[in-house]
Design a protein. Structure first.
Lengths: 366, 60
């Protein structure tokens, strides 16, 4: 397509020239939870090495893999990618098995799609991908509010390739305008006959039928311990043209990710929070969230209680319990510690990190 | 989501029962707000409880 035609297509589709990528962290820049996780797989779904990329895994597959934020030098403009590497193969695929990665969207963030309206928009998905060998996988868009799906296959080679897939508009099923899950991008790398045994949906929107979701030509990522899958530069945008990836600053992407997950890492003697002694053996403090979170988060302290110390009126106490209470909101979390021995009730104090193992994490993922 | 244990915890200030759920999820101990359906940890705990796959222990 010529540049003039590309521009005309952009204008014609009313595609925004900025903020057009619906994916957060598509360039795989942010990895707050850590950059490498091993022994993944089995019947577990969670977020691992890359923020906003959820790992889907179901059934009883013996397949296992590692996930890493990989530094790459063979794709200009993209210094990081998500790398998946099979470490335990599974060549006997049970019917109910599946494995893949997803990006979940809040309904209020995908209203521009106009799904369910007569003016509904087409969507174009693009990403860079490579592997250890050729492979075919399935890229599915799912409307979780109305249980509608649309999947297409894509091919992987041993060199970086930009996959570009356009999904037609869907005039059936409006998306809820709220902060709950409404829409998902699912990339399936392994699946059993429960999901591949029907007539593959192949580029059309339809009500969800499990057997039609994934192509029967799907490669199994677990077919060999040589199998790898690299991906970066994921973009989902309104329109029928895959525009260049919309890069953004590290800070901007980090803030977007922190709506769903925040990890605060402390070094020795860093202050974690300031609080007050509720009585002689307990205190409360507040952690202000870095950005407003999607919902009331869960909270977790890292390490052991010895990684923390409470200071009050020239005394120090190692906590005997630490919790993040339910009087949390999207903007702050109340925390509570206990200790043995007495401090002045009503006195002020602050919690400090001891050593370098202390961190607090807050999660409000979809 | 691999949830290996869950128990309620009362609030020592107000005495409110079952204030939070202490749950080990994917090998990390999380303080999960109770009655927070938009929290995905809470939603999954309740799904597993309804399916008979998980029991939330009483508070100490």
């Amino acid at each position: 397509m010529s540049k003039a035609a590309e521009l005309a297509a952009l204008i014609g589709s009313q595609t925004a020239l900025s903020n057009r990528n619906l994916i957060i962290n598509g360039a795989m820049q942010i990895a707050q939870r850590g950059t490498s996780f091993a022994g993944l797989g089995g019947n577990a779904e969670a977020y691992y090495a890359i923020d906003r990329i959820k790992h889907l895994s179901g059934g009883t597959s013996a397949g296992r893999y590692t996930a890493t934020q990989e530094a790459i030098t063979d794709l200009a403009g993209f210094p990081t990618a998500l790398k998946l590497a099979c470490t335990t193969e599974d060549t006997s695929i049970a019917a109910g098995e599946f494995f893949g990665i997803s990006h979940y969207f809040e309904g209020q963030n995908v209203q521009r799609i106009q799904k369910g309206y007569s003016t509904a928009k087409s969507l174009t998905l693009s990403f860079y991908v490579k592997g250890n060998a050729s492979a075919t996988y399935t890229a599915e868009l799912k409307d979780t509010d109305n249980s509608r799906i649309n999947g297409q296959i894509f091919n992987v080679t041993t060199s970086w390739t930009r996959v570009e897939l356009t999904y037609p508009a869907d005039t059936t099923g409006k998306l809820n305008n709220d902060n709950a899950l409404s829409f998902a991008l699912n990339l399936y790398l392994h699946a059993g006959s429960t999901y591949t045994g029907g007539t593959f949906i192949n580029g059309t929107w339809a009500s969800e039928v499990q057997a039609n979701r994934i192509s029967s030509s799907n490669t199994s990522f677990y077919d060999s311990t040589n199998r790898t899958f690299f991906i970066t530069g994921i973009q989902l945008e309104v329109g029928e043209v895959a525009t260049p990836f919309e890069h953004e600053s590290y800070a901007a992407t980090l803030q977007k990710c922190q709506r769903y997950f925040q990890k605060r890492v402390f070094t020795d003697a860093d202050a974690i929070w300031v609080g007050a002694n509720f009585n002689a053996t307990s205190a409360y403090g507040v952690i202000e969230h870095i950005v407003t979170m999607r919902a009331e988060p869960s909270g977790a302290y890292s390490g052991t209680l010895a990684d923390y110390k409470y200071y009050s009126a020239a005394n120090t106490k190692t906590p005997s319990t630490m919790t993040i209470n339910s009087r949390n909101s999207e903007n702050s979390s109340e925390t509570h510690i206990d200790w043995s021995g007495d401090l002045n009730s009503g006195g002020a104090g602050w919690l400090r990190a001891v050593g370098t193992n202390a961190f607090v994490q807050l999660e409000a993922e979809l | 989501m691999n949830i290996t244990s869950a128990r309620y915890k009362n609030d020592p200030v107000s005495g409110k029962e079952n204030d939070i759920i202490i749950a080990v999820i994917n090998d990390t101990e999380w303080c999960v707000p109770n009655n927070a359906p938009k929290n995905s940890h809470y939603a999954e705990i309740m799904r597993q409880v309804a399916a008979g796959e998980l029991t939330i222990a009483d508070a100490d």
